[in-house]
Ligand binder design. Structure first.
Ligand SMILES: *Cc1c(COP(=O)(O)O)cnc(C)c1O
Ligand SMILES: [Zn+2]
Length: 418
Protein backbone atom coordinates (compact mmCIF):
# COMPACT_ATOMS: atom_id res chain seq x y z
CA UNK A 1 0.00 0.00 0.00
CA UNK A 2 1.24 3.46 -0.80
CA UNK A 3 2.31 4.90 2.52
CA UNK A 4 3.72 7.87 0.58
CA UNK A 5 0.24 9.12 -0.23
CA UNK A 6 -0.66 9.34 3.40
CA UNK A 7 1.90 12.02 4.06
CA UNK A 8 -0.76 14.26 2.60
CA UNK A 9 -2.51 14.23 5.94
CA UNK A 10 0.52 13.79 8.21
CA UNK A 11 2.32 16.99 7.22
CA UNK A 12 5.41 18.38 8.90
CA UNK A 13 5.42 16.00 11.80
CA UNK A 14 7.66 17.30 14.55
CA UNK A 15 9.15 14.72 16.89
CA UNK A 16 10.40 15.40 20.34
CA UNK A 17 12.51 13.24 22.65
CA UNK A 18 11.11 13.40 26.12
CA UNK A 19 10.46 11.47 29.29
CA UNK A 20 6.85 10.39 29.74
CA UNK A 21 7.03 11.66 33.33
CA UNK A 22 9.58 14.50 33.33
CA UNK A 23 9.33 16.07 29.90
CA UNK A 24 12.31 17.31 27.88
CA UNK A 25 15.65 17.34 29.72
CA UNK A 26 18.34 19.92 29.17
CA UNK A 27 21.26 17.52 29.27
CA UNK A 28 21.24 13.76 29.03
CA UNK A 29 24.39 11.91 29.99
CA UNK A 30 22.85 8.79 28.51
CA UNK A 31 21.30 10.19 25.34
CA UNK A 32 18.43 7.71 25.31
CA UNK A 33 17.39 7.90 28.99
CA UNK A 34 15.78 10.44 31.31
CA UNK A 35 18.38 11.91 33.68
CA UNK A 36 15.77 12.10 36.45
CA UNK A 37 14.25 8.60 36.44
CA UNK A 38 16.33 6.60 33.94
CA UNK A 39 13.29 5.70 31.80
CA UNK A 40 13.74 5.34 28.06
CA UNK A 41 12.91 8.64 26.38
CA UNK A 42 9.93 8.77 24.07
CA UNK A 43 10.30 9.72 20.43
CA UNK A 44 6.82 11.07 19.88
CA UNK A 45 5.01 13.69 17.84
CA UNK A 46 5.07 17.03 19.64
CA UNK A 47 1.32 17.18 19.54
CA UNK A 48 -1.60 14.86 18.90
CA UNK A 49 -3.84 17.78 17.94
CA UNK A 50 -5.77 17.13 14.78
CA UNK A 51 -4.85 13.45 14.60
CA UNK A 52 -7.74 11.62 12.98
CA UNK A 53 -7.20 7.90 12.74
CA UNK A 54 -10.29 7.32 10.65
CA UNK A 55 -8.93 9.56 7.89
CA UNK A 56 -7.63 7.84 4.80
CA UNK A 57 -8.53 4.34 5.98
CA UNK A 58 -8.44 2.93 2.49
CA UNK A 59 -4.76 3.84 2.08
CA UNK A 60 -3.59 2.71 5.47
CA UNK A 61 -1.36 -0.35 5.25
CA UNK A 62 -2.00 -3.40 7.41
CA UNK A 63 1.37 -3.26 9.15
CA UNK A 64 2.82 -1.61 12.23
CA UNK A 65 3.07 1.71 10.43
CA UNK A 66 -0.71 1.84 9.92
CA UNK A 67 -1.02 4.87 12.20
CA UNK A 68 2.31 6.42 11.33
CA UNK A 69 1.21 9.85 12.52
CA UNK A 70 1.61 8.46 16.05
CA UNK A 71 5.01 6.87 15.37
CA UNK A 72 8.56 8.19 15.01
CA UNK A 73 8.49 7.80 11.23
CA UNK A 74 9.34 10.57 8.82
CA UNK A 75 8.96 9.94 5.15
CA UNK A 76 8.63 6.63 3.38
CA UNK A 77 8.52 3.37 5.29
CA UNK A 78 11.66 1.42 4.34
CA UNK A 79 11.49 -1.65 6.56
CA UNK A 80 8.90 -3.92 8.15
CA UNK A 81 6.12 -3.52 5.60
CA UNK A 82 4.83 -6.96 6.62
CA UNK A 83 5.47 -6.57 10.34
CA UNK A 84 2.62 -6.19 12.82
CA UNK A 85 -1.15 -6.50 12.25
CA UNK A 86 -1.04 -9.92 13.86
CA UNK A 87 -4.29 -11.78 14.62
CA UNK A 88 -6.38 -10.98 17.69
CA UNK A 89 -8.11 -14.26 18.35
CA UNK A 90 -11.10 -14.91 20.56
CA UNK A 91 -10.07 -17.90 22.70
CA UNK A 92 -13.36 -19.55 23.62
CA UNK A 93 -12.04 -22.92 24.68
CA UNK A 94 -9.19 -21.58 26.75
CA UNK A 95 -11.52 -18.92 28.14
CA UNK A 96 -14.01 -21.59 29.19
CA UNK A 97 -11.23 -23.44 31.03
CA UNK A 98 -10.21 -20.29 32.85
CA UNK A 99 -13.72 -18.97 33.51
CA UNK A 100 -13.35 -16.00 31.18
CA UNK A 101 -16.13 -15.39 28.66
CA UNK A 102 -14.31 -12.77 26.63
CA UNK A 103 -10.69 -13.84 26.46
CA UNK A 104 -8.61 -12.72 23.46
CA UNK A 105 -5.07 -13.57 22.43
CA UNK A 106 -2.84 -11.12 20.57
CA UNK A 107 -0.79 -13.51 18.51
CA UNK A 108 2.63 -11.94 18.02
CA UNK A 109 4.00 -15.48 17.88
CA UNK A 110 2.96 -15.14 14.22
CA UNK A 111 4.69 -11.82 13.67
CA UNK A 112 6.78 -11.26 10.54
CA UNK A 113 9.60 -12.07 9.91
CA UNK A 114 10.83 -13.85 13.07
CA UNK A 115 7.77 -14.84 15.09
CA UNK A 116 7.97 -12.50 18.07
CA UNK A 117 6.81 -9.07 19.18
CA UNK A 118 10.42 -7.90 18.72
CA UNK A 119 9.82 -7.58 14.97
CA UNK A 120 7.74 -4.47 15.77
CA UNK A 121 10.27 -2.65 17.91
CA UNK A 122 13.19 -3.58 15.69
CA UNK A 123 11.36 -2.44 12.54
CA UNK A 124 10.60 0.86 14.25
CA UNK A 125 14.28 1.34 15.25
CA UNK A 126 15.59 0.29 11.82
CA UNK A 127 13.27 2.75 10.12
CA UNK A 128 15.03 5.46 12.14
CA UNK A 129 18.47 3.99 11.42
CA UNK A 130 17.73 4.01 7.68
CA UNK A 131 16.33 7.54 7.81
CA UNK A 132 19.66 8.68 9.29
CA UNK A 133 21.67 6.79 6.66
CA UNK A 134 23.13 4.02 8.87
CA UNK A 135 24.70 1.04 7.06
CA UNK A 136 25.28 -1.09 10.18
CA UNK A 137 23.32 -1.71 13.36
CA UNK A 138 24.12 -3.62 16.52
CA UNK A 139 21.98 -4.89 19.38
CA UNK A 140 22.11 -6.68 22.72
CA UNK A 141 19.58 -9.45 23.05
CA UNK A 142 18.14 -12.33 25.04
CA UNK A 143 17.41 -14.00 21.68
CA UNK A 144 14.44 -12.53 19.88
CA UNK A 145 15.77 -9.01 19.30
CA UNK A 146 18.81 -10.58 17.65
CA UNK A 147 16.61 -12.60 15.32
CA UNK A 148 14.56 -9.56 14.32
CA UNK A 149 17.66 -7.44 13.78
CA UNK A 150 19.31 -10.16 11.70
CA UNK A 151 16.30 -10.67 9.43
CA UNK A 152 15.14 -7.08 9.06
CA UNK A 153 18.69 -5.74 8.55
CA UNK A 154 19.26 -8.38 5.87
CA UNK A 155 16.02 -7.37 4.16
CA UNK A 156 16.99 -3.70 4.38
CA UNK A 157 20.47 -4.40 3.01
CA UNK A 158 22.48 -3.29 6.03
CA UNK A 159 24.91 -5.12 8.33
CA UNK A 160 23.96 -6.51 11.74
CA UNK A 161 26.07 -7.32 14.79
CA UNK A 162 24.35 -9.15 17.64
CA UNK A 163 25.54 -9.51 21.21
CA UNK A 164 24.09 -12.46 23.14
CA UNK A 165 24.80 -13.82 26.60
CA UNK A 166 25.94 -17.44 26.75
CA UNK A 167 23.11 -19.99 26.92
CA UNK A 168 20.83 -18.61 24.19
CA UNK A 169 18.51 -21.24 22.74
CA UNK A 170 20.17 -22.94 19.71
CA UNK A 171 17.31 -22.05 17.36
CA UNK A 172 17.76 -18.36 18.16
CA UNK A 173 21.49 -18.53 17.42
CA UNK A 174 20.73 -20.36 14.21
CA UNK A 175 18.11 -17.89 13.05
CA UNK A 176 20.50 -14.98 13.52
CA UNK A 177 23.35 -16.74 11.73
CA UNK A 178 21.09 -17.81 8.86
CA UNK A 179 20.57 -14.16 7.93
CA UNK A 180 24.28 -13.50 7.80
CA UNK A 181 24.50 -11.51 11.02
CA UNK A 182 27.71 -11.36 13.04
CA UNK A 183 26.90 -13.08 16.35
CA UNK A 184 29.06 -12.28 19.38
CA UNK A 185 28.41 -14.35 22.48
CA UNK A 186 29.79 -13.11 25.81
CA UNK A 187 29.99 -15.12 29.03
CA UNK A 188 27.62 -13.84 31.68
CA UNK A 189 23.97 -12.88 32.04
CA UNK A 190 22.06 -10.54 29.73
CA UNK A 191 22.63 -7.79 32.28
CA UNK A 192 26.42 -8.29 32.17
CA UNK A 193 26.39 -8.16 28.37
CA UNK A 194 24.04 -5.17 28.41
CA UNK A 195 26.46 -3.25 30.62
CA UNK A 196 29.29 -3.80 28.14
CA UNK A 197 27.03 -2.84 25.22
CA UNK A 198 25.87 0.36 26.92
CA UNK A 199 29.47 1.45 27.01
CA UNK A 200 30.00 0.41 23.38
CA UNK A 201 26.92 2.41 22.40
CA UNK A 202 28.24 5.49 24.19
CA UNK A 203 31.85 5.23 23.04
CA UNK A 204 31.56 4.04 19.42
CA UNK A 205 29.59 5.25 16.39
CA UNK A 206 27.70 2.02 15.84
CA UNK A 207 24.00 2.53 16.58
CA UNK A 208 22.62 -0.09 18.95
CA UNK A 209 19.00 -0.77 18.09
CA UNK A 210 17.89 -1.17 21.71
CA UNK A 211 20.29 1.32 23.33
CA UNK A 212 21.23 4.22 21.03
CA UNK A 213 17.92 3.94 19.17
CA UNK A 214 15.91 2.76 22.19
CA UNK A 215 13.41 5.68 22.10
CA UNK A 216 12.52 4.71 18.49
CA UNK A 217 12.63 1.01 19.25
CA UNK A 218 10.30 1.21 22.24
CA UNK A 219 7.58 3.26 20.51
CA UNK A 220 7.12 0.45 18.01
CA UNK A 221 5.51 -1.61 20.78
CA UNK A 222 2.58 0.83 21.04
CA UNK A 223 1.24 -0.68 17.85
CA UNK A 224 0.11 -3.75 19.82
CA UNK A 225 -2.35 -1.48 21.64
CA UNK A 226 -3.53 0.30 18.48
CA UNK A 227 -4.24 -3.02 16.79
CA UNK A 228 -6.04 -4.51 19.80
CA UNK A 229 -8.35 -1.49 20.02
CA UNK A 230 -9.15 -1.55 16.30
CA UNK A 231 -9.56 -5.34 16.21
CA UNK A 232 -12.00 -5.16 19.12
CA UNK A 233 -14.07 -2.64 17.14
CA UNK A 234 -12.55 0.55 18.60
CA UNK A 235 -13.12 -0.57 22.17
CA UNK A 236 -10.65 -0.66 25.06
CA UNK A 237 -10.31 -4.03 26.78
CA UNK A 238 -10.59 -4.24 30.58
CA UNK A 239 -7.34 -6.15 31.20
CA UNK A 240 -4.16 -6.71 29.22
CA UNK A 241 -1.55 -9.27 30.28
CA UNK A 242 1.97 -8.54 29.05
CA UNK A 243 5.06 -10.76 29.38
CA UNK A 244 7.66 -8.39 30.78
CA UNK A 245 11.46 -8.19 30.75
CA UNK A 246 12.99 -4.74 30.06
CA UNK A 247 9.39 -3.41 30.00
CA UNK A 248 9.44 -1.66 26.62
CA UNK A 249 6.37 -3.71 25.69
CA UNK A 250 4.46 -3.17 28.93
CA UNK A 251 5.02 0.58 29.14
CA UNK A 252 4.41 1.27 25.45
CA UNK A 253 1.30 -0.85 25.31
CA UNK A 254 -0.08 1.28 28.13
CA UNK A 255 0.92 4.52 26.39
CA UNK A 256 -0.65 3.22 23.19
CA UNK A 257 -4.02 2.68 24.87
CA UNK A 258 -3.74 6.17 26.42
CA UNK A 259 -3.08 7.69 23.00
CA UNK A 260 -6.08 5.90 21.50
CA UNK A 261 -8.22 7.43 24.24
CA UNK A 262 -6.65 10.88 23.75
CA UNK A 263 -7.32 11.03 20.02
CA UNK A 264 -10.87 9.84 20.63
CA UNK A 265 -10.55 6.57 18.77
CA UNK A 266 -11.59 4.16 21.52
CA UNK A 267 -14.50 3.92 23.88
CA UNK A 268 -14.09 2.93 27.52
CA UNK A 269 -11.38 3.60 30.09
CA UNK A 270 -7.81 2.49 29.41
CA UNK A 271 -7.20 -1.12 30.45
CA UNK A 272 -5.54 -2.41 33.59
CA UNK A 273 -2.06 -3.55 32.61
CA UNK A 274 -0.63 -6.71 34.20
CA UNK A 275 3.02 -7.79 34.00
CA UNK A 276 3.74 -11.50 33.66
CA UNK A 277 7.29 -12.35 34.74
CA UNK A 278 9.11 -15.57 35.51
CA UNK A 279 9.48 -16.12 39.25
CA UNK A 280 13.19 -16.77 38.68
CA UNK A 281 13.56 -13.28 37.22
CA UNK A 282 10.85 -11.04 38.64
CA UNK A 283 12.33 -7.67 39.65
CA UNK A 284 9.13 -5.82 38.72
CA UNK A 285 6.78 -8.33 40.36
CA UNK A 286 8.96 -8.34 43.51
CA UNK A 287 8.79 -4.54 43.75
CA UNK A 288 5.04 -4.61 43.12
CA UNK A 289 4.54 -7.17 45.92
CA UNK A 290 6.66 -5.08 48.29
CA UNK A 291 4.83 -1.88 47.27
CA UNK A 292 8.09 -0.29 46.19
CA UNK A 293 8.42 2.24 43.38
CA UNK A 294 11.85 1.11 42.22
CA UNK A 295 12.90 -2.43 41.39
CA UNK A 296 15.95 -4.19 42.79
CA UNK A 297 18.06 -6.03 40.20
CA UNK A 298 18.12 -9.84 40.41
CA UNK A 299 20.27 -12.57 38.86
CA UNK A 300 17.98 -14.56 36.49
CA UNK A 301 17.33 -18.25 37.07
CA UNK A 302 14.51 -19.39 34.77
CA UNK A 303 13.89 -21.37 31.59
CA UNK A 304 12.11 -18.30 30.21
CA UNK A 305 15.24 -16.90 28.55
CA UNK A 306 13.53 -14.26 26.44
CA UNK A 307 12.27 -12.48 29.56
CA UNK A 308 15.36 -13.09 31.71
CA UNK A 309 16.38 -9.49 32.31
CA UNK A 310 17.37 -8.91 35.94
CA UNK A 311 17.72 -5.13 35.68
CA UNK A 312 14.97 -3.79 33.40
CA UNK A 313 15.63 -0.49 31.61
CA UNK A 314 12.06 0.62 32.17
CA UNK A 315 11.40 -0.95 35.56
CA UNK A 316 10.41 2.31 37.25
CA UNK A 317 8.11 3.30 34.39
CA UNK A 318 6.55 -0.18 34.45
CA UNK A 319 5.74 0.15 38.14
CA UNK A 320 4.24 3.57 37.45
CA UNK A 321 2.08 2.20 34.61
CA UNK A 322 0.89 -0.71 36.76
CA UNK A 323 -0.03 1.62 39.63
CA UNK A 324 -1.72 4.16 37.36
CA UNK A 325 -3.87 1.66 35.51
CA UNK A 326 -4.74 -0.47 38.56
CA UNK A 327 -2.80 -3.40 37.15
CA UNK A 328 -0.56 -5.93 38.85
CA UNK A 329 2.59 -7.99 38.42
CA UNK A 330 3.33 -11.63 39.13
CA UNK A 331 6.37 -13.91 39.05
CA UNK A 332 5.21 -17.23 37.60
CA UNK A 333 7.16 -20.40 38.59
CA UNK A 334 8.73 -22.30 35.67
CA UNK A 335 6.37 -25.31 36.13
CA UNK A 336 3.36 -23.02 35.70
CA UNK A 337 4.96 -21.44 32.63
CA UNK A 338 5.23 -24.92 31.08
CA UNK A 339 1.63 -25.67 32.09
CA UNK A 340 0.59 -22.40 30.43
CA UNK A 341 2.37 -23.41 27.20
CA UNK A 342 0.61 -26.81 27.20
CA UNK A 343 -2.79 -25.41 28.09
CA UNK A 344 -2.65 -22.93 25.21
CA UNK A 345 -1.49 -25.60 22.79
CA UNK A 346 -4.13 -28.21 23.68
CA UNK A 347 -7.05 -25.79 23.88
CA UNK A 348 -6.35 -23.43 20.98
CA UNK A 349 -3.68 -25.08 18.81
CA UNK A 350 -1.08 -22.39 19.41
CA UNK A 351 2.49 -23.21 20.37
CA UNK A 352 4.12 -20.38 22.29
CA UNK A 353 7.43 -19.92 24.01
CA UNK A 354 7.84 -19.51 27.80
CA UNK A 355 7.02 -15.78 27.70
CA UNK A 356 3.57 -16.64 26.29
CA UNK A 357 3.25 -19.46 28.82
CA UNK A 358 3.82 -16.91 31.58
CA UNK A 359 1.05 -14.73 30.12
CA UNK A 360 -1.39 -17.67 30.17
CA UNK A 361 -0.42 -18.58 33.75
CA UNK A 362 -0.95 -15.00 34.85
CA UNK A 363 -4.29 -14.79 33.05
CA UNK A 364 -5.38 -17.90 34.97
CA UNK A 365 -4.24 -16.24 38.19
CA UNK A 366 -6.27 -13.09 37.44
CA UNK A 367 -9.38 -15.18 36.77
CA UNK A 368 -8.92 -17.33 39.88
CA UNK A 369 -8.42 -14.38 42.17
CA UNK A 370 -11.44 -12.56 40.73
CA UNK A 371 -9.39 -9.59 39.52
CA UNK A 372 -10.61 -10.38 36.00
CA UNK A 373 -14.35 -11.03 36.08
CA UNK A 374 -16.04 -13.56 33.82
CA UNK A 375 -17.44 -10.95 31.43
CA UNK A 376 -14.38 -8.67 31.30
CA UNK A 377 -12.55 -8.34 28.00
CA UNK A 378 -9.11 -9.79 28.75
CA UNK A 379 -6.29 -9.71 26.22
CA UNK A 380 -3.18 -11.86 26.76
CA UNK A 381 -0.19 -10.98 24.59
CA UNK A 382 1.36 -14.16 23.18
CA UNK A 383 4.66 -12.56 22.38
CA UNK A 384 6.73 -15.35 20.81
CA UNK A 385 6.70 -18.76 19.13
CA UNK A 386 7.50 -22.08 20.78
CA UNK A 387 9.44 -23.22 17.73
CA UNK A 388 12.48 -21.28 18.88
CA UNK A 389 12.57 -22.66 22.44
CA UNK A 390 12.05 -26.37 22.03
CA UNK A 391 14.41 -27.52 24.73
CA UNK A 392 12.38 -25.51 27.23
CA UNK A 393 10.29 -28.64 27.70
CA UNK A 394 12.40 -31.74 27.16
CA UNK A 395 9.96 -33.75 29.29
CA UNK A 396 7.41 -33.64 26.47
CA UNK A 397 9.57 -35.80 24.20
CA UNK A 398 9.57 -38.57 26.85
CA UNK A 399 5.99 -39.40 25.79
CA UNK A 400 6.99 -40.25 22.21
CA UNK A 401 6.18 -43.89 21.38
CA UNK A 402 9.05 -45.52 19.49
CA UNK A 403 9.24 -48.77 17.53
CA UNK A 404 10.28 -50.50 14.29
CA UNK A 405 8.85 -49.58 10.87
CA UNK A 406 6.59 -52.60 10.93
CA UNK A 407 2.82 -52.97 10.45
CA UNK A 408 1.72 -54.94 13.55
CA UNK A 409 3.52 -52.84 16.14
CA UNK A 410 2.48 -49.63 14.38
CA UNK A 411 -1.16 -50.84 14.41
CA UNK A 412 -1.12 -51.47 18.14
CA UNK A 413 0.59 -48.15 18.75
CA UNK A 414 -2.27 -46.54 16.80
CA UNK A 415 -5.17 -48.51 18.27
CA UNK A 416 -3.88 -48.30 21.86
CA UNK A 417 -4.03 -44.57 21.60
CA UNK A 418 -7.38 -43.80 20.02
C1 LIG B 1 11.60 -9.44 24.76
C2 LIG B 1 10.40 -10.27 24.94
C3 LIG B 1 9.41 -9.94 25.88
C4 LIG B 1 9.53 -8.78 26.84
O1 LIG B 1 9.76 -7.58 26.25
P1 LIG B 1 10.31 -6.32 27.03
O2 LIG B 1 9.92 -5.20 26.18
O3 LIG B 1 11.79 -6.51 27.17
O4 LIG B 1 9.66 -6.31 28.38
C5 LIG B 1 8.29 -10.73 25.94
N1 LIG B 1 8.13 -11.80 25.16
C6 LIG B 1 9.06 -12.16 24.25
C7 LIG B 1 8.82 -13.37 23.42
C8 LIG B 1 10.22 -11.41 24.11
O5 LIG B 1 11.13 -11.78 23.21
ZN1 LIG C 1 11.93 10.72 33.76
Amino acid sequence: MATENRLAYTPEKKLSLRCHYHGVAERNEIPWACPKCGSTLRAVPESLDGVNLSAGSADRPFNLFRFDELLPVRGDVMVGKHTGWTPLMRAEKLGARLGLGRLYLKLDCYNWPTYSYKDRVVASALQRALETGADTVACVSTGNVGNSVAALAAAAGIKAVIFYPAGIEPAKNLMSLAHGACVIQLDGTFDDVNKVCRRLALETDVPFVNLTLRPYYAEGAKTVAYEVVEQLGWVQPEHVVVPTAGAALLTRVAYGFEEMAKVGSATGPVPRIHAAQARGCAPIANAFAARELVHRPVVPDTLAKSIAIGNPSDGAAALEVIAETGGSALGVPDEEILEGIRLLAVTEGIFTEPAGGAAIAMTRHLARTGVARPDDIVVAVISGSGLKTQQADDAETASIIRGPAEFESARSALLDNV
